[in-house]
Write a protein of this length. Structure first.
Length: 354
């Protein structure tokens, strides 16, 4: 019996992608361009198309098999486990990145005087508890917090009063080379994360429909991201280059009369909640990968240990906050392409040839 409905799946993927894209992608894009940021947002849809296309192909070549199960089937027990170990390492490093992003945002926006190493253990303990209850509970909790996510749809009309449309001109001030550089990390880090859906084949109603729902979730994410980049460009302009969280700055500038203000509190809550569930989801897939590769017999036995390892890894791998942004700009695009695009395609080709 499937554990997730399609609505739960779409809500899950939109929430976990929206939280990190709204938080980090405007900062990444501002490193290369300001006025062309909304164009980069449109380019991000190519990552969704790649994820949906490869997923469509994958589930037909490996019916009913998750990513790791397909690797064992295609490459054999020894090579399949070696590749599976690479996937486990990818989930671990990615979870460390996401956790560090969440802790950075929490520390910068809510608890600026509290050391990050004090926030982390408590958060990871709660995440371990959520993961122990399995993905079905994660999906149901996502449904419960959806009203918070809808705050993002309120921000756009309320920010219109601060928009200066002149900031958009000229419409194409940057070369295609600059646009490509600005698009690499958003596309090949955040948008191809939809390939993680291959780990949920066994909990979805009909895996053959997965690519369709990836397109739905991806389209919603890209539309919101394009709207966010439009606001960053037209409200902040060149000032966005010096900001850590440009979108949050836009929300903090909203004042309507005497009663509508401080909407940033709700946006911060939404981003933190999305980040929390993204860490939980990647922790779940990390533990699930270990179990599918027969590295452990029971996932419950390592949930707490994996959570502690993610917290420790986030401190060891990224001792400074700037290390995360450097990682996202220079390393993750190629790392994600190899793991999320190249390996599934290679497995498909091997299976067809065999």
């Amino acid at each position: 019996m499937p554990k997730l409905s399609w609505f739960q799946y779409v809500a899950l993927m939109v929430v976990i992608n929206l939280g990190t894209t709204i938080q980090t992608v405007p900062t990444i894009i501002a490193k290369f361009t300001v006025r062309s940021g909304w164009i980069v947002g449109i380019f991000m849809f190519t990552g969704v198309l790649m994820s949906a296309g490869i997923t469509h192909w994958f589930v037909r070549v490996f019916p009913g098999k998750t990513m790791n199960q397909a690797y064992l089937f295609a490459f054999g027990n020894i090579l399949g486990k070696i590749i599976g170990l690479w996937v486990v390492l990818w989930f671990y490093i990615t979870d460390c990145i996401v956790f560090k992003e969440a802790i950075m945002f929490l520390s910068d926006s809510v608890l600026p005087s509290t050391p990050a190493f004090m926030i982390g253990p408590l958060m990871m303990f709660v995440i371990a508890l959520v993961v122990w209850f399995d993905i079905e509970i994660i999906a149901r909790m996502i449904e419960f917090i959806l009203p918070i996510v809808f705050v993002f749809f309120i921000v756009f009309p309320l920010s219109i009063m601060n928009v200066d449309i002149i900031q958009l001109y000229p419409l194409m001030p940057d070369s295609w080379t600059v646009l490509w550089k600005a698009s690499v990390s958003p596309i090949f880090t955040y948008m191809i994360e939809f390939m993680v859906s291959l780990m949920f084949i066994d909990v979805l109603p009909d895996a053959k429909q997965l690519s369709r729902y990836i397109l739905i979730a991806g389209t919603m994410t890209v539309i919101i991201q394009v709207a966010g980049e439009f606001l960053v460009t037209t409200v902040l302009g060149d000032a966005s280059k010096g900001l850590i969280y440009p979108f949050l700055e836009i929300v903090q500038s909203i004042r309507v009369g005497k009663y509508i203000e401080r909407i940033d509190v709700l946006v911060i809550l939404g981003i933190l909640t999305a980040g929390f569930f993204k860490v939980a989801l990647f922790n779940y897939t990390l533990v699930k990968s270990l179990q599918e590769m027969s590295f452990i017999t029971s996932k419950n036995s390592v949930i707490l240990l994996s959570s502690i390892a993610v917290w420790a890894g986030s401190l060891a791998l990224f001792p400074r906050n700037s290390d995360v942004l450097e990682m996202l700009l220079k390393f993750t695009p190629s790392y994600f392409v190899i793991t999320l695009l190249a390996l599934p395609i290679l497995a498909i080709v091997v299976k067809i040839l065999r």
